[in-house]
Design a protein around this ligand. Sequence first.
Ligand SMILES: [Zn+2]
Ligand SMILES: [Zn+2]
Length: 350
Amino acid sequence: MVSFLGTLRPTPFSMASFAPCRRQISLHSSPLSLPRTGFFPFKRILQACLQSNAAIGDVGVQLPAHQSEIIFVGTGTSEGIPRVSCLTNPSKKCPVCTKAAEPGNRNKRLNTSMLIRYPGPSGRCNVLIDAGKFFYHSALRWFPAYGIRTLDAVIITHSHADAIGGLDDLRDWTNNVQSHIPIYVAKRDFEVMKKTHYYLVDTSVIIPGAAVSELQFNVINEEPFVVHDLKITPLPVWHGPNYRSLGFRFGNICYISDVSEIPEETYPLLKDCDILIMDALRPDRSSTTHFGLPRALEEVRKIRPKRTLFTGMMHLMDHEKVNEGLMKLMETEGLDVQLSYDGLRVPVTL
Ligand SMILES: [Zn+2]
Ligand SMILES: [Zn+2]
């Protein structure tokens, strides 16, 4: 068992990259200031979570307000782990899904998603990458536990259901916490959303009085953009033949959740990477749309980040067994690579 929080190298916090958080948005900015609520209202919920989920040792430990962090909201495939079909199979027992069904087990994984938290003058900024089909369940599990109340922005990697299927659930925030949520999305994916989420894009079609998510769509291209003073650089990658997905770089952290090929022009954007979060679907081979572990490791050797955390793992990836194998790469090749897991929090310097 590897506990990342326990084995983390301390990351000295630097204010160098933070101008005062002026809620600056490079695109269609709203002057509205969103309320931020501190951690204390969550105390009782947090205690309940700690009692019911002892395996997640670091949940609820509040980091100092000046410390930035990333939280792995989800690290699994589209159908989630455990798979229902594995748990109902009368002829074959799936070892990973059986374990994943146990409370607190790190093989339980929902749709890939990450939260970036960093300090602003009136509280922490919470920027979410993707809100997929299981967003509600992930948020229910981790947001109260980590004291996450507002969503200051959502940035979208691509328009598959496991990345945007939860946009409808943002209504709970815009009805009850804040007036709206800015969404940052590439034009091609916005075009998809006009069909899949037409009532969120054009709210004039809604029956008066019906409450839906109030989303403020900002179309991005493949150039860097700024969200609440955080510079975010898109990392264009292929996610299957002829289908583009975006990774994102913020500070020296690179997040690439859905990739089958990295175009040559994206490699310079991955230079001097401290933490690489990379797609690794299965232990044996790649699929047409995702890196498998061998290919993901090849890319790690090429990119040479200081540390790598894999994400997007299917049910063939046993958390402990795969991590044991990956640990050996530290001795043999000096590679710091591990699987992430839902709820993992890593303090970072942005
Ligand atoms: Zn299974
Ligand atoms: Zn996808």
